[in-house]
Ligand binder design. Structure first.
Ligand SMILES: [Zn+2]
Ligand SMILES: [Zn+2]
Length: 257
């Protein structure tokens, strides 16, 4: 990922409030389109310039060709707040974060995230690299807000179950692991949408923890169709199960690994 500074110059008198609002609107629009990643975007005001620091999945993520309708609208709104179009300066590559998928046409996708991941929740099924969202058609209302909200909820549940210090823990695991959960229903709707738009398989990841024994876990069936889904070798070293009919993947219970 790349660290990028957006510099906003005031071309007429503006108020701090109006400028701030316009910048926040743009940052949200870029985030919902996958052009910037993360949740906190520090903004400084110096010598009449606002500078907002963001993270981008690719060096050219902010190219106008990638803009969503909401991004274009938010850029127009900057002028009303007395701000010029932002100058984009790529500071450099972040050494702590992972790269992005560069395949032109992945043969499949995987919907996957954990509480530790800040990158795109859509992975390439050929090399398991996170796919910049603006590279696939928008899932709803011109961008990926619905997908990113699903990711936020998945990560929140994951954080709760990893910490294991509240009574929400079991409810959280149910959301991550159960085909009857709200997170599953929402995630599957989004997977189906991406499948429809890209004409590629989109695998949905079901978390798995608990169970009675390793033997029982190894013989676990697909929770949707009850078919065999165990793989000879784990896919990307992570997914021990894959049902190509239901487009579901999962792991051997973390209790028996
Ligand atoms: Zn790839
Ligand atoms: Zn199945």
């Amino acid at each position: 990922m790349y660290i990028v500074d957006l510099t906003f110059d005031c071309y007429q008198d503006t108020t701090l409030e109006a400028a701030e609002q316009a910048i926040v609107r743009l940052v949200n629009a870029l985030r919902f389109n996958g052009q910037i990643i993360g949740e906190e975007f520090p903004t400084t005001l110096k010598d009449g310039f606002f500078i907002t620091r963001v993270m981008c999945p690719e060096e050219d993520a902010l190219h106008p060709l990638n803009h969503s309708p909401f991004v274009k609208f938010s850029l127009d709104k900057l002028n009303e707040a007395g701000l010029l179009q932002p100058k984009v300066k790529v500071i450099g590559q972040d050494i702590h974060s992972n790269g992005s998928d560069s395949c032109t046409s992945p043969s499949s996708y995987i919907l996957y995230t954990t509480y530790l991941h800040t990158c795109s929740p859509l992975y390439c099924g050929d090399d398991f690299m996170p796919v910049p969202l603006y590279k696939v058609p928008a899932v709803a209302n011109g961008d990926f807000k619905a997908l990113l909200k699903w990711q936020e909820d998945w990560q929140a549940c994951d954080q709760i179950q990893i910490n294991g210090a509240t009574r929400c823990e079991f409810a959280a695991i149910k959301e991550l692991a159960d085909v009857d959960s709200d997170l599953f229903r929402r995630g599957m709707d989004l997977s189906k949408r991406i499948r429809f738009l890209t004409k590629k398989p989109v695998y949905y990841y079901l978390y798995r923890v608990g169970g009675l024994s390793k033997e029982q876990e190894l013989s676990r069936k697909c929770p949707k169709c009850n078919g065999d889904w165990r793989l000879a070798e784990p896919w990307f070293g992570l997914f021990d199960f894959r049902c190509d009919d239901c487009e579901l993947i999962s792991n051997i219970s973390w209790d028996f690994q």
